[in-house]
Every structure is written in C-alpha cells, then in structure tokens.
Design a protein around this ligand. Structure first.
Ligand code: ZN
Length: 268
C-alpha cells in the first residue's frame, strides 16, 4: 500500500489507523535483549518488510541493524548484553555515519565512519561534517582496521568487487568485513555498467531509500547471487562465513536474516 502524502492528508483518522494496522504484523511484540544497545527491550512495529522494521524500544534499532550487531558481538567475542564495548586499540570502520549501530559505536576511540557524497567530492575530505569515502578507492592505509561494517551498501557501488578489494586491503590480517546485501541463491546480475563514461542500463532501474538522496534514492547496480559472490570473495583472499539468523530473543526474526562475514586470511 503506497499512498501519496496528499491523499494521506485527505483521509479521515479512522482510515489512517486501519491502514497503519494492516501494514504492521498484528500484535507482534517480542521481548529480549537488543544486540545494538545491549539493553532489555521490546521489539515492535514489524511490517511485511521484516528486515527493515521491528523497532527496539530502547535505541530504535531495526531488525537488520540487530543482525549486524549480533554477528559483530560474536566475531569480536563481546557478550550480547551491555553496551557494545570494543577492545582498546581496536580499529573499526563503518561505511555509514548514521543509524543505531553508528550511535552505539561512535564513542569508541578507534571508530571511523564515512558516507559517499558523490564523485565531485575529494575522497577523504569532510563534507557536511562527515568523512567522504568512495569504497572503490579508500583513502586509508593498508591494514588499518580490525572490522569493517557495511549493511546494504555494496549493491549501490558501481563495481562492488573493487570495493571488496579495497576493504581487504584496509583490513588487518585476521580482520573481518561484516556485511549484508540483498541477494539470491544464484548468479550476480548487474543492472547497469559504465561504458566510455556513460551509464548503460542492463535491467530495470531500481532504487532504495537513501537519507542522503531523499528525492531519487540510491541506485541499485548489482543483484548479488551467492553462487558468484562467495567464490569470488574466497578467491580474493577472504574466508567466508554465512550467518542465517533466527534469534527472536534478540529481536531477529523473518526470512533473509543473513549476515556475511568475510575474514582476511592471516599470512602463512
Ligand atoms: Zn536497542
């Protein structure tokens, strides 16, 4: 159900309430511990878009953010309850500078975050108070971070495997890239490519909501398929782990609760 703002404004309150109820999974409330904030909380407001809904009453995190935080805590061996404290000297790079995971990590001294504001901005420069980084040409030195986080980001990068190469470069040996991407079981499919500096569309244009680009949204370049993505990343030098999560007591439910962990192999 998609209604324009103008139509919504014309509807009487009772109908608005009925629509709201139809859009939320009726009565679904879970109690448990939130892996993002580490507090006891209620998770509510799940909709048919399960990954993107179900708010934590304590920090406002939604399902997908809890999935990433759950795997992060597991990977660095931090208990699921209590604030997300990272070891001293620990370097962590978040490829977004907003949201509940960002809020939970921002006080840590080794925390770095960025957004991509477009090719017209210098990589590494500060734009509107936030570091600008193009994942395809990161400005960090080799072996800087213990953890890199990206959650539904790589499908918006024109050459995602170039970005994976860069992430591999900036990870310390033994470090991990914890990430989510919308994906299917089969092959990767590009929706567009750049030929002689021009964008050529190979499939229907698709956009995801993007707070930085509220008008047009973020273009989806790639539909990932595990059959292509996993061997490509293994060949690059990552050891891949796949977490298929069903953790209702941590506010994680529904299909597609899948988090990838790409660990940079230690040198022999
Ligand atoms: Zn929370």
């Amino acid at each position: 159900v998609k209604l324009t703002k103008r139509i919504k404004a014309l509807l009487p309150r009772s109908i608005k309430l009925r629509i709201k109820r139809a859009l939320s999974i009726h009565g679904l409330r879970l109690r448990g511990t939130c892996p993002v904030c580490g507090s006891g909380a209620t998770f509510f407001g799940f909709t048919a878009s399960m990954r993107e809904s179900g708010l934590c009453s304590a920090c406002g995190s939604f399902n997908r953010q809890r999935q990433v935080a759950f795997v992060l805590r597991r990977t660095i061996d931090v208990p699921m309850t209590g604030a997300l404290r990272l070891p001293d000297g620990f370097g962590i790079y978040n490829t977004e500078a907003r949201g509940s995971v960002h809020t939970a990590l921002r006080k840590h001294s080794g925390y770095v975050c960025s957004e991509f504001f477009g090719p017209e901005h210098v990589p590494g420069a500060t734009v509107r108070g936030v570091r600008n980084e193009d994942l395809q040409r990161l400005t960090f030195p080799d072996r800087t971070f213990d953890i890199v986080l990206s959650s539904d980001v790589l499908e918006h990068v024109p050459d995602p495997y170039k970005a994976h190469h860069e992430i591999l470069r900036v990870l310390k040996p033994g470090g991990s890239h914890i990430f989510t991407v919308p994906h299917g079981p089969l092959r990767d499919a590009a929706r567009a490519k750049i030929v002689n500096g021009q964008m050529v569309y190979l499939a229907e244009k698709q956009f995801h909501g993007d707070p930085l680009r509220p008008e047009e949204g973020a273009f989806v370049w790639t539909d990932f398929g595990r059959q292509d993505m996993l061997p490509t990343l293994e060949a690059m030098g990552f050891k891949m782990s796949i977490y298929e999560l069903a953790e209702p007591t941590f506010g994680i439910i529904g299909e597609g609760a899948i988090v990838f962990c790409a660990c940079k192999a230690e040198p022999n």
